[in-house]
Design a protein around this ligand. Structure first.
Ligand SMILES: CCCCCCCCCCC/C=C/C(=O)SCCNC(=O)CCNC(=O)[C@H](O)C(C)(C)COP(=O)(O)OP(=O)(O)OC[C@H]1O[C@@H](n2cnc3c(N)ncnc32)[C@H](O)[C@@H]1OP(=O)(O)O
Ligand SMILES: NC(=O)C1=CN([C@@H]2O[C@H](COP(=O)(O)OP(=O)(O)OC[C@H]3O[C@@H](n4cnc5c(N)ncnc54)[C@H](OP(=O)(O)O)[C@@H]3O)[C@@H](O)[C@H]2O)C=CC1
Length: 260
């Protein structure tokens, strides 16, 4: 896909992408790297992360990989501490790590519901808070982009994920208020169905039914998410905070939810 941005747009900036070792997160990291940024990719699976980091370096990108479990506050604190010890300052945080499993609400155990909220909502909050403190220590502004999930029509079959992601959208607005005086812009991107390997866990027939209902009848591409994120992190979006950009082929209008 053609990149519309200037190749040195993020020169001198460092971008931290959670879940940056795969799928959308890796595409976001690659895009920032191509635009001149140093990128830090962080996730749990070290093997996959190192492979992803190598692929970025082979493309001439300054990439570092670090371990994090965003559900664990100590692990999040450790990530930021390691960066600070190495003298690495983060300018842009992309909270991309997340996920869920499909199950009807009636079948969800309390622990199953909690695990998805813990990952997507609490994990995102912990990363945002650690980043804001890091910005305060540096006395520099910052930018947060939270990747959520198109949930405008509810999310039948994934009640835990819909609730958690809607929580992140509201968190995005609240943190935009609270941290405006720190110079931190906070925005979200809500992708619809995006072509990544992670979709293999879903029923292909249900996926196709969803695509057929869209205004733009195809899956989105990770690179399309990456370019939207780059826009929101760029000076061109310097007047944008507290918003959520739907990147979903019109799903927020058509109500093409996973289940009827
Ligand atoms: C409804 C039909 C869908 C049709 C298809 C349309 C979909 C289109 C749009 C999709 C758009 C979204 C795409 C994506 O988000 S891509 C996703 C990227 N990756 C993932 O989603 C994987 C993420 N999953 C996880 O990280 C983990 O599974 C999770 C965090 C969710 C849970 O991890 P945890 O380590 O906490 O899990 P535990 O094993 O400790 O279990 C905790 C409790 O959760 C219950 N559980 C876990 N998995 C399942 C499952 N697959 N089904 C049911 N229940 C599950 C588990 O039993 C535990 O509960 P109990 O203690 O009560 O047993
Ligand atoms: N593909 C799609 O259609 C859509 C995806 N999304 C969202 O976009 C994001 C990326 O999805 P996609 O690339 O498709 O899927 P992936 O499964 O490839 O990405 C999820 C990433 O999150 C990381 N992750 C999961 N749990 C944790 C954790 N506790 N701590 C740190 N990292 C974690 C995973 O790495 P590891 O396991 O190594 O920790 C993985 O890199 C997710 O939040 C997803 O829900 C939203 C809408 C649509």
């Amino acid at each position: 896909m053609e990149n519309i941005f200037r190749s040195d747009l993020f020169a001198g900036k460092t971008v931290l992408v959670t879940g940056g070792g795969s799928g959308i997160g890796l595409a976001i990291a690659r895009n920032f790297g191509t635009l001149g940024a140093r990128v830090v990719i962080a996730a749990r699976d070290q093997e996959r992360l190192i492979e992803a980091g190598q692929s970025l370096r082979e493309a001439g990108i300054d990439a570092i990989e670090l371990a994090v479990n965003i559900r664990d506050n100590d692990s999040v604190a450790d990530l930021i501490e390691q960066l600070e010890l190495q003298g690495i300052g983060i300018d842009v945080l992309v909270n991309n790590a997340g996920g869920q499993f499909a199950a009807p609400a009636l079948d969800l155990s309390a622990n199953g519901f909690r695990s998805v909220v813990d990952l997507n909502l609490t994990g995102t909050f912990l990363m945002c808070q650690a980043f804001a403190r890091h910005c305060m220590n540096r006395k520099l502004p910052g930018c947060i982009i939270n990747i959520v999930l198109c949930q405008a029509n509810g999310l039948p079959g994934m009640a835990h994920a819909g609730a958690a992601r809607e929580g992140v959208v509201n968190l995005t607005r609240t943190l935009a208020w609270e941290w405006s005086n720190l110079g931190i812009r906070v925005n979200a991107v809500a992708p619809g169905t995006i072509k990544t390997e992670a979709l293999d866990q879903y029923d292909p027939v249900a996926l196709q039914e969803g695509i057929d209902k869209l205004l733009i009848k195809r899956m989105g591409l990770p690179e399309e998410v990456a370019q939207s994120v780059a826009y929101l992190a760029s000076p061109a979006a310097g007047f944008i905070t507290g918003t959520c950009l739907a990147l979903d082929g019109g799903e927020h209008l058509t109500g093409a939810s996973p289940q009827r």
